[in-house]
Design a protein around this ligand. Structure first.
Ligand SMILES: [Cu+2]
Length: 354
């Protein structure tokens, strides 16, 4: 209701301004003056307004930097994050001086070269030298930036190969939560299919694939050892989500029907980051960065970065997927597995029909 009233109020104010301007035009006409003629005095007022706007504009920008500048992300907590932050800083250092300079010139020139009936504009049609300078300089600067950016992007997104010691894991997205899956001792993720998802199989693991036997599925939070590269696979069950881990400068879309990849090496533990940010409640977080539905805002998972020792301890306390239907529930386990195998067969049959 408040929003509606605000919109109505804004429209009314605009309407009143329009009417007042109409009155001015009418009174000018009555005095026999052409309303489209701009007097020298009016031009002068406008030129001074340009300077006032310039000052107000930069004051507003500085106020924003002062107010929100402290809300930016802390130091990058991943190896590649340092490079992407450097790339961003270089871009800022080029853009900000250009932005300030061009805006000062834009508004100052409007003030300085205000209409003056005694001044004649100089006729200046073309200069090859100037054309060359303002084409070549931006071209060289942008080419360097783009090449540096592409090179950085390629080195970040190239998947890790098996000759590098790393952890392989999956982040599975669905409306509206995340599930993490570790590849277990064999460091191989078992294959999975969305058609196999049921109450006991949240990511649709194919029980016939032995690589999946030791896969560990966790919810709520997932842990990573510090200074160990992690290769993430991303999948989505329903719509496009985006796995966003801002403190690690990592983001990748999760697209239904395909597996996307991203890798990074965490370099700062959660405990260290609590000290760096002077925030005892600090926690790394995985967020969804695509507006994917009503509860999108709440689609998050905590990430704990710790020493290899603590990580191993934590992982040892998690049960592999197949062991979740523990021996004590032998009968139920058989039923669950039979159902799962039937589901796999059904999916295969469906595929064959298609
Ligand atoms: Cu989402």
């Amino acid at each position: 209701m408040m929003t509606f009233l605000t919109i109505v109020a804004v429209f009314l104010v605009l309407f009143v301004i329009g009417q007042v301007l109409g009155v001015f035009e009418l009174s000018a006409k009555l005095r026999g003056r052409n309303v489209y003629d701009v007097t020298e005095k009016e031009s002068k007022v406008q030129s001074v307004m340009m300077l006032v706007f310039l000052a107000a504009y930069f004051t507003f920008i500085l106020w924003q930097v002062n107010k929100w500048g402290g809300s930016t992300l802390p130091v990058p907590a991943s190896l590649h994050g340092v490079t992407t932050d450097t790339l961003l800083s270089i871009t800022w250092w080029i853009i900000i001086p250009m932005f300030v300079l061009t805006h000062i010139l834009l508004f100052y020139f409007a003030f300085k070269y205000v209409y003056n009936k005694n001044r004649r504009a100089e006729y200046f049609a073309h200069s090859n030298k100037l054309e060359l300078i303002w084409t070549a300089v931006p071209t060289i600067v942008l080419t360097i930036l783009i090449l540096y950016g592409l090179n950085t992007w390629n080195s970040i997104t190239t998947p890790l190969t098996d000759d590098v010691d790393h952890i392989k894991m999956e982040l599975y997205a669905k409306q509206f939560d995340w599930t993490a899956r570790y590849s277990g001792a064999d460091n191989k993720l078992g294959s999975a299919d969305v058609h196999l998802i049921d109450a006991t199989n949240p990511v649709g693991l194919d029980v016939r694939d032995e690589n999946g036997n030791d896969d560990i599925i966790v919810k709520g939070e997932f842990h990573l050892p510090v200074n160990v590269p992690v290769q993430f696979n991303f999948r989505s069950q329903d719509v496009i989500h985006s796995a966003y881990m801002p403190h690690f400068r990592a983001q990748m879309n999760c697209v239904p029907g395909m597996t996307t990849k991203f890798k990074f090496t965490p370099t700062i533990t959660t405990a260290e980051m609590k000290q760096i940010t002077k925030n005892p409640d600090f926690n790394y977080v995985l967020l969804c960065n695509k507006i994917c539905g009503a509860a999108h805002y709440n689609m998050q998972m905590a990430i704990i970065v710790e020493s290899q020792e603590d990580f191993d301890k934590w992982l040892a306390g998690q049960k592999p997927f197949k062991a979740e239907e523990a021996p004590a529930m032998e009968v139920e386990k058989t039923v669950v597995e039979d159902t799962a195998v039937e589901a796999v067969e059904q999916v295969e049959a469906d595929k064959a029909e298609i």
